[in-house]
Design a protein around this ligand. Structure first.
Ligand code: NVA
Length: 307
């Protein structure tokens, strides 16, 4: 059966740890594993802006012995020129795996149903699971463990990163508190699913509208842009409601003294994160950005091996 990585809970809690362990090994010895030797091609399809995702996948696929083939989603005009079902079968005949950044989660599900090769979600409106693998690898590097670690996600909890933190944090047995304004909490179905997972892993997921309460005692403080891709028209309203959730030195003072600060980037300094915080000693954002390569190599190799 072909395995895909479309949302964070596509990996069980034990599979998640296997992938993270593999990511650590790949970070230590980047050229040892060559599952794409040939080179086999991996299609990287982008319908939306990208920097980290494109370069980390391209570099990682090359390190795995493969050939990264970037496909411009705009040129391919998926959905208007030809349907996702047809594109999936075309790409699946050329590539060993497909990595896709697009808006709708339903479209990556369709791609996976028709491709015949592993499909990886490189960000949709609903989830950003590849980022979470890198984030969990980074937390483990700095905190030595995942289970029991307290995470505060402050800001737009309704975005892909809020949903993915709820699911992946629960899978890792972490205590995730989302501090977001009314109406900006993670999706209710996702929270319910995350809580179900947390019952088995010993983690938890809580929601609050109080940023200080969310951050209190946190080992990890996470934020993300207040205006995600596709939400540009809501920018004015968002910039009105989100300022109390900005990660400033004052807010960070409520976290554990050795808390680390994370942001998937791109960051808007002076909005969701203060300049002195992102550039400060508690920031691990550059480790996160680097770990995209190692974590994505691991999940790609893992999926290929099992498919
Ligand atoms: N939530 C952000 C993540 C960017 C990597 C967005 O969707 O734009």
């Amino acid at each position: 059966m072909t395995r895909h990585f479309l949302r964070d809970d596509d990996l069980s809690p034990s599979e998640l740890l296997e992938v993270l362990d593999l990511a650590d090994r790949m970070k230590a010895a980047p050229f040892d594993a060559q599952p794409l030797r040939g080179p086999r091609t991996v299609a990287l399809v982008f319908d939306r802006p990208t920097l980290r995702t494109q370069v980390s996948f391209a570099a990682g696929i090359a390190e795995l012995g493969g050939n990264p083939m970037t496909v411009d989603g705009g040129l391919a005009a998926m959905g208007s020129r030809e349907g996702v079902e047809d594109v999936a079968r075309i790409l699946g005949r050329q590539a060993a795996a497909i990595v896709w950044r697009t808006a709708h989660q339903g479209d990556v599900v369709t791609m996976a149903a028709y491709a015949g090769v592993p499909v990886l979600n490189a960000l949709t409106d609903d989830f950003h699971p590849c980022q979470l693998l890198a984030d969990l690898q980074t937390v483990r590097e700095h905190k030595g463990r995942l289970a029991g670690v307290r995470v505060a996600f402050v800001g737009d909890g309704a975005c892909n990163m809020g949903n993915s933190w709820a699911l992946a944090g629960a899978s890792a047995g972490m205590h995730v508190v989302v501090g977001a304004p009314d109406g900006y909490s993670p999706d209710a179905h996702v929270v319910a699913r995350a809580r179900e997972i947390a019952e088995d892993t010993g983690g938890s997921v809580e929601l609050t509208t109080d940023a200080v309460e969310a951050v209190k005692g946190a080992d990890v403080v996470v934020t993300d842009s207040w205006v995600s891709m596709g939400r540009e028209e809501e920018a004015q309203e968002r910039l009105r409601v989100f300022p109390p959730y900005g990660v400033t030195d004052d807010l960070l003072a409520h976290a554990a003294p050795d808390a680390v600060v994370m942001h998937c980037l791109p960051a808007y300094r002076g909005k969701e994160i203060a300049e002195e915080v992102i550039e400060g000693p508690q920031s691990v954002v550059w480790d996160e950005a680097e770990n995209r390569r190692h974590a994505q190599k691991a999940v790609l190799a893992w999926l290929l091996e099992r498919s």
